[in-house]
Design a protein around this ligand. Structure first.
Ligand SMILES: Cc1cc2nc3c(=O)[nH]c(=O)nc-3n(C[C@H](O)[C@H](O)[C@H](O)COP(=O)(O)OP(=O)(O)OC[C@H]3O[C@@H](n4cnc5c(N)ncnc54)[C@H](O)[C@@H]3O)c2cc1C
Length: 556
């Protein structure tokens, strides 16, 4: 009942956006791309930052008497961990926060609800790119990317979203909007001396970073990418004197405040690229192959396995729908030569090594050099070399399989569903030859039919089983198999999430990943920003496995 009164008060407080509590809206917003289901009571679509401030202020005012009231941001809803769903109010940024402004060749300002695909069109007009886009680049938004600290195929060379955020506007729990950017020297001193709400947040986070400086620095996972926890180790650096709160907001899953504006750093777009495709017959060869490829410093180094290949072939008609007839026919024709290659036996894994450059010649030289080095091993790898622009050339089909397989599986496999619960771990590449056979043994033990894709150059894998999770017998596999796989990752000093973040599926693993002490500091961070737990409850340090487990999706 209190929701009716909440809606009325929101409107009378000047909220200009739409409110929707229809059954259809509740159904639509109760899912993201994860295996969880949480039914909201209300969906709101703020028109501007003022609207966001109004709703945060209203929730803050009522939280004491209505503790279940909360706000969870959502943009395109492609989150694979359950980060974009909740049981109270969902704040949809995708409808109205869609302006892109002030694009230059080094920086672009954008609202969070902009689809990455539209953002890239604008940056490319300036010959520039924000290179940490995810494989879901055609589906997701730039705001979801910030909240998850996304990464993707180009992260091997460039790093993650946190490395490309110059400045954010964020609505904090007091319902006011603040500019968040790196500060040093006099500017930092002034901010720390402020006695208002903002100043207190800065001072308390600064004190926390200072008091636990060495432990915080040591907590950084020993891998090239991480999306677990709060990135405390990058906030305060005594050596550079830079204090950067954007590092906490990025990757925080909207648990510390709502992002209303983003300034992204851009890099020059290198127009030419070429791909070398390797068909791997034996996974054990990875140990020798990975360091060889990495020593050539490719722009991307991606992989997908036999199961992904076979399923994408099986679901070709779905590609037709997604790509349109012209691109689909092109895809079919370009598959013919590789069909012949497949007659030699289905490869265990397909590896894609991409080089970028300013000129065709530069790319050709890079591809040739690696090709030459691997040639003597041809009998074991089978090398398929291309030196064309992958957006037009023969290599496009590999990118399509790599980027869209999960999306197709999500929609198409009729009697089973994608169950992303070990979908994003990362271990250092030097451990992969040892790690992968053990991973496969666990997958076999639980009879999981799982596709494996990922950013092999970083050691970041997306293992996505297809299951009937509505059946108790299948659901019973989740916990023990997750435990075995996650513990294996931790044994090899990995992180349970390289990109997809914690959500409902990995939040409960924060203590296993970082230990009690650091999770205690994460709780303090949450408490400093959001003491009433207004923003996205049950995520990050507020997560709890029994809550998550009791909200696994039952209806499809
Ligand atoms: C096929 C497929 C492939 C994928 N591949 C990758 C990949 O390669 N790399 C990768 O990193 N991820 C990947 N993902 C996961 C996901 O697409 C990305 O993390 C993406 O960046 C999420 O964007 P979104 O707009 O869909 O966000 P949503 O799902 O809407 O939200 C994601 C999170 O951001 C929060 N949020 C949204 N807007 C705001 C805001 N304005 N302020 C504060 N918090 C906010 C939400 O509460 C939620 O916690 C993939 C997903 C799919 C379905």
């Amino acid at each position: 009942m209190y929701m009716d009164d909440f809606k009325q008060t929101l409107v009378s407080s000047g909220f200009k956006g739409e409110l929707d509590d229809s059954a259809e809206a509740k159904e639509k917003y109760s899912h993201d791309a994860s295996m969880f289901e949480l039914r909201p009571q209300l969906v709101v679509m703020p028109r501007d930052s003022k609207d966001v401030q109004t709703i945060v202020k209203l929730v803050a005012a009522r939280k004491k008497t209505q503790p279940d009231l909360s706000l969870t941001a959502r943009s395109a809803g492609t989150d694979m961990a359950g980060g974009a769903i909740n049981e109270s109010v969902i704040v949809d940024f995708n409808k109205h926060f869609t302006k892109i402004e002030n694009v230059t060749d080094t920086e672009a300002q954008t609202q969070p609800g902009v689809f990455y695909r539209d953002f890239e069109v604008e940056t490319l007009k300036h010959g520039a790119l924000m290179p940490s886009y995810p494989a879901s680049r055609d589906l997701c938004t730039v705001g979801g990317m910030v909240a998850n600290n996304s990464g993707g195929e180009k992260s091997l060379e460039y790093g993650k979203v946190k490395d490309f955020v110059n400045e954010l506007k964020v609505v904090f729990a007091d319902g006011n909007e603040y500019t968040v950017k790196p500060l040093k020297g006099a500017e930092l001193k002034k901010k720390l001396a402020q006695t208002d709400y903002e100043g207190k947040i800065y001072k308390r986070i600064y004190d926390l970073c200072e008091a636990h400086y060495d432990e915080i620095k040591a907590a950084k996972p020993h891998v090239s990418k991480n999306s677990m926890g709060y990135t405390l180790w990058e906030v305060w650096d005594r050596e550079t004197g830079v204090f950067d709160l954007t590092k906490l907001i990025v990757g925080s899953e909207g648990t510390l405040g709502f992002v209303t504006d983003i300034k992204y750093r851009l890099v020059p777009h290198r127009p030419h690229s070429g791909l070398l495709v390797l068909f791997l017959k034996d996974i054990n060869d990875l140990g020798e192959l990975i360091p060889k490829v990495l020593s050539y410093k490719p722009a991307t180094f991606e992989c997908f396995d036999q199961a992904t290949l076979l399923l994408t072939i099986k679901f070709m008609p779905a590609f037709l729908k997604m790509l349109g007839l012209k691109r689909f026919i092109h895809l079919l024709f370009s598959l013919i030569p590789d069909g012949a290659q497949l007659l030699h036996g289905i490869p265990k894994m397909i590896l894609m090594v991409e080089f970028n450059g300013e000129t065709e010649e530069e790319v050709r030289q890079k591809v040739h050099a690696l090709h030459k080095e691997l040639q003597p091993l041809h009998a074991r790898y089978e090398i398929n070399g291309f030196e064309e622009d992958p957006t037009e050339g023969k290599s496009e089909k590999f990118w399509i399989m790599r980027r869209y397989a999960f999306q197709i599986l999500r929609k198409k496999v009729k009697d089973k569903h994608t169950a992303p619960y070990v979908d994003d771990f990362i271990v250092r590449p030097e451990f992969l030859a040892e790690f992968i056979p053990q991973l496969r043994t666990i997958i076999k033990k639980y009879k999981l039919f799982a596709t494996i894709q990922g950013h092999i150059g970083d050691g970041n894998f997306h293992v996505i089983p297809l299951m009937k999770i509505e059946l108790e017998s299948e659901r019973a596999k989740l916990e023990p198999s997750q435990k075995e796989i996650n513990n294996l990752v931790l044994k090899y000093e990995g992180s349970l999430s390289g990109e997809h973040n914690d959500g409902l599926v990995r939040g409960p693993w924060l203590e296993a990943q970082f230990g009690k002490k650091i999770v205690g500091l994460f709780r303090e961070v949450k408490n400093i920003f959001d003491p009433e737990n207004i923003f996205n409850p049950h995520k990050k340090s507020d997560a709890d496995w029994s809550y998550s487990y009791s909200h696994i999706r039952e209806h499809f």
